[in-house]
Write a protein that binds this ligand. Structure first.
Ligand code: ADP
Ligand code: GLC
Length: 472
C-alpha cells in the first residue's frame, strides 16, 4: 500500500515525547513489510542545519490562511527507496524555539494540515491511506473528506487530553464549509476542536493501547470526548505501540558505558556505576536505584512520585533515585528541592537529554511510572529491555504491557499499583526494596522483562488488517 503518515513530531528531527518515536518506528515497520511510506511533518528550526541531506523537492504550495496567502515549501529526505520524509517549510510558523505552546498554535497547525492535504492531492503522489496523528495533524482528515479524490482516512489518538481546542473565530482559517461548525462535527462547546474533527471524519480511529481504547469511552478518561469515541463503535481500535530496538537497545548503543543483555548481565553494574558517577550519587552497586524520565505534566503523576519518595525517605530506607524531566515549573521546582534536601539519595536533572535518558534506563534497577493515565507509554517498554524493572500504575498501555509479580511470578515483568496516591506508590516502592534483596526472584522478573518482545513485529499485521478492513 502507498501510505502517508502525518505527524507534528518525528524522531530524530523533532521530539517532545513518544509520538516522535511511534510515528517513525511505525513507518519503518511498514516499509519492512513491503509498504511504500511517506511521512509529512513541519520543518522546525534547526532541522536543515542538523540534517544536511535534506533537499528541495521542487514542490511549493500556496496556502490560504485567513486573509493571508503563505507558501509551503516542501523539502525531502529519502531514507530508503520506499521511505521518504517530506518537511513543510514556512519560517513564520515553524522557525520557533519550541514545537508547541505558541500563541498562534491554531494558525500554525491549521496551516500545516492544509499544506499536507494539498500535498496529498498532487498527482505525483498516489496515496491510498492517509494516517494522521494527534490534534496538530487532525485537520488533514476532515479536509480530505471533502476533496474529490478518495483516501482511506486513519486517525490515531495518542493523547485525548490535548485536543487543539481554539476559539470559534479560528474555524474560518480551516477552509471547511461553514456548515461543519456544529456540535456533531467540528464544534465543541462553542469552540473549534481539531482532535474531535479528526475522530469524526476518519474511517478508522486507532489509539495506542487496547486498555486506553476502553478507557476513552468513560467520563474519567474521555476528556469530554467519550461520547464521540463511543459513537465510533467498531471503528475505534486500540493497538499497542511497538519499539524500535535498533534505537533502544543495550547491545549496540553509543550512549552506554558498556554493552549488556539478558544473556550477559554483568555490565549492567558498569552502567549503574556510570550513572551514579554522572549524577553525583555514591557509586555502590548494592544500593537499589529507582529512575524516572518524564514530561512534567499532570498526566505523569510527578507529584505522586515526589510524595511517595518523601514517605520512603522518612522511613530511613536505603535507596537512590535518578530523575530527568522538564515541563510544569512548579513540579520542576519541587523535584529540585527534594534533591537539594537529600543530595545523597535523590539526583534530578531538569531538561531534555536523549543521552541521559538512555543512561538512566541502563543504570537503574527499577523504573517508576505513576501515570494518572498513559495511552501507551514507551518508557516502560524501553525499561523492560534495559533491565530496569517497571513499577507502573495499572492504566492504559502500562496495564497492557506489564505483568505484576504478585499475579504470576513465572511470567512477571514488573510491579503494578492501582490507586494514584503517594501512599500506595510508597508501599510498592517498599515492596520493590524487599524484592531487591531477594536476588533470585529479582533476576527472574528482570530476565522475563529483558526477553519480552515489544517490537512492531507483534502488531504491525494488526495495522495492515485494519487498513484493509476500510472499504470504499
Ligand atoms: P509521552 O509521549 O506521554 O511523553 P512516552 O513514554 O510515550 O510518554 O514517551 C516519552 C519519550 O520521551 C521517551 O522516549 C522518553 O525517553 C522521552 N523523554 C521524555 N522526557 C524526556 C527528557 N526530559 N529527556 C529526554 N527524553 C525524554
Ligand atoms: C502520547 C502518550 C504516550 C504514548 C505516546 C506514543 O504522548 O502520552 O502514552 O506512548 O503518545 O503513542
Amino acid at each position: 500500500m502507498n501510505i502517508l503518515q502525518v505527524s507534528s513530531e518525528v524522531f530524530p528531527y523533532s521530539k517532545t515525547g513518544g509520538l516522535a518515536d511511534m510515528t517513525v518506528s511505525l513507518a519503518k515497520a511498514q516499509v519492512e513489510t513491503g509498504h511504500h511510506v511517506t511521512i509529512a511533518t513541519p520543518l522546525y528550526k534547526g532541522i536543515r542545519e542538523k540534517f544536511e541531506n535534506l533537499e528541495p523537492s521542487g514542490i511549493e504550495l500556496s496556502i490560504i490562511i485567513g486573509p493571508k496567502q503563505k507558501t509551503a515549501k516542501i523539502w525531502q529526505l529519502k531514507l530508503k527507496k520506499t521511505l521518504t520524509i517530506l518537511f513543510v517549510d514556512q519560517p513564520d510558523f515553524f522557525e520557533r524555539n519550541s514545537i508547541y505552546g505558541q500563541e498562534d498554535d491554531a494558525e500554525r497547525f491549521i496551516f500545516f494540515s492544509k499544506a499536507v492535504a494539498q500535498l496529498a492531492s498532487l498527482s505525483e503522489f498516489s496515496f491510498e491511506i492517509v494516517h494522521a496523528h494527534d490534534w496538530p495533524s487532525a485537520l488533514t482528515i476532515p479536509l480530505l473528506s471533502i476533496c474529490q479524490r478518495k483516501y482511506k482516512k486513519v486517525f490515531t489518538v495518542h493523547n485525548a487530553a490535548y485536543q487543539g481546542r481554539f476559539s470559534r473565530d479560528k474555524f474560518e482559517l480551516t477552509g471547511l464549509p461553514k456548515a461543519f461548525f456544529n456540535w456533531e462535527q467540528m464544534e465543541f462547546y462553542n469552540d473549534i476542536n481539531l482532535l474531535k474533527g479528526g475522530i469524526i471524519f476518519a474511517d478508522l480511529v486507532t489509539t495506542v493501547s487496547p486498555q486506553y481504547a476502553k478507557e476513552l469511552i468513560s467520563t474519567e478518561y474521555g476528556c469530554g470526548l467519550e461520547g464521540v469515541f463511543k459513537a465510533k463503535g467498531n471503528n475505534m481500535v486500540g493497538v499497542l505501540n511497538g519499539v524500535d530496538y535498533s534505537e533502544w537497545n543495550t547491545v549496540s548503543n553509543p550512549y552506554l558505558a558498556a554493552p549488556y543483555s539478558a544473556d550477559s548481565l554483568n555490565n549492567k553494574a558498569v552502567n549503574k556505576s556510570a550513572l551514579q558517577s554522572e549524577l553525583g550519587l555514591r557509586q555502590q552497586s548494592e544500593i537499589p536505584l529507582f529512575g524516572n524520565i518524564s514530561r512534567f505534566a499532570e498526566q505523569k503523576g510527578i507529584d505522586i512520585l515526589i510524595g511517595a519518595l518523601e514517605q520512603l525517605l522518612e522511613t530511613g530506607a536505603v535507596f537512590q533515585f535518578a530523575g530527568l524531566g522538564s515541563g510544569d515549573s512548579s513540579l520542576e521546582h519541587a523535584m529540585k528541592q527534594l534533591s537539594e534536601r537529600h543530595p545523597d539519595q535523590i539526583a534530578v536533572r531538569i531538561g531534555y537529554d536523549t543521552r541521559l535518558a538512555h543512561i538512566i534506563e541502563a543504570g537503574t534497577d527499577f523504573f517508576v511510572m505513576p501515570s494518572r493515565f498513559e495511552p501507551c507509554g514507551l518508557n516502560q517498554l524501553y525499561s523492560l529491555r534495559y533491565g530496569a524493572i517497571p513499577i507502573v500504575r495499572a492504566t492504559g498501555g502500562l496495564e497492557n504491557s506489564i505483568i505484576d509479580f504478585r499475579q504470576d511470578e513465572e511470567i512477571a515483568t514488573g510491579i503494578k499499583f492501582v490507586d494514584p496516591s503517594p501512599r500506595e506508590l510508597s508501599q510498592v516502592l517498599d515492596l520493590a526494596l524487599t524484592l531487591y534483596s531477594d536476588k533470585s526472584r529479582l533476576d527472574k522478573i528482570r530476565d522475563n522483562g529483558m526477553r519480552a518482545d515489544f517490537s512492531w513485529n507483534r502488531t504491525i499485521a494488526e495495522y495492515d488488517r485494519l487498513y484493509k478492513s476500510i472499504d470504499h
